[in-house]
Design a protein around this ligand. Sequence first.
Ligand code: OFO
Length: 179
Amino acid sequence: MENNLDMKDLLRKETSLSSELEEMLNKQSKMEATASNKYLAMASWLEVNGFLHAAEYLYKQAEEEREHFLKLFKYINEVGGVALTPSIDQVKVDYSSIREVFDTALESEITVTKSINKIVAKCRELNDFATEEFMMWYVNEQREEEANARRALELFDLIDVDGESGKFLLDKEIGHIGA
Ligand code: OFO
């Protein structure tokens, strides 16, 4: 990380992007890459535990988060900053239930939304309209993703998951979210 930072200072070009925002964007890109790994681990847990449709849905989410990461990464370089390749901390890989997976998913999405909102607020404070406009894509994306995560949790209230057929139905319905 230290080497990364030294390199960043050497490579920094003349740009209207403030160092403060550049740092926030790099942190956000790491958050998106981490979100991708979190979903990957959740998808794997679901797959191993027989929830194949729900697993497929979260594998797709993992891919989407990877795209969110890359989009930010490339933006930082495009506007004259230096995108830092993030090292990703170990994510949670074990869950006590499918419910815990989706509780965690919603919690993570809310944390990401708050972080994006902080970036937009900083853009406004610094009059960085280009970055604000760029980040609005993420604002909209988060609205959708939070809604999908809440929808998954609603299904737990709508379906009696105690029986085997309940689990089967729940898995199928979660698989339809976002389709
Ligand atoms: Fe990156 O969209 Fe959610 O976290």
